[in-house]
Design a protein. Structure first.
Length: 111
């Protein structure tokens, strides 16, 4: 199950797990403990697992994805993997960046 950040709460994760489902949830700063735990991971030392570049509508968008096993002390239930997607959009010579942290209950073998 995928959902927006509003549903990144322990009760939702537990319910999905109890019903036999898997989750993919974004993590934003409003979930402080979880966000800070993910933000503190060694992303700079983690190789890029996937990269994609698209060009269109007057801009070039490059996305990178780095994936790590979930730390055992992560303050969120039933998570097997965590990831960071970074997006760089080049328009008129400028390149702002954006980042998104996420969690999933899918183990690496089935993700």
């Amino acid at each position: 199950m995928t959902a927006d950040a509003l549903h990144t709460v322990k009760a939702t994760a537990d319910l999905i797990h109890q019903q036999g489902g898997n989750l993919v949830l974004p993590v934003k700063e409003n979930r402080q403990a979880l966000f800070h735990a993910l933000d503190a991971l060694p992303w700079a030392d983690t190789p890029i697992g996937h990269e994609n570049t698209d060009t269109g509508h007057g801009r070039t968008t490059r996305r990178t994805m780095r994936v790590l096993p979930a730390p055992p002390d992560l303050p969120f239930p039933n998570v097997h993997q965590v990831w960071l997607v970074e997006r760089y959009v080049t328009t008129n010579g400028k390149q702002p960046a954006a980042a998104q942290l996420s969690v999933t209950s899918h183990p690496a073998e089935t993700a």
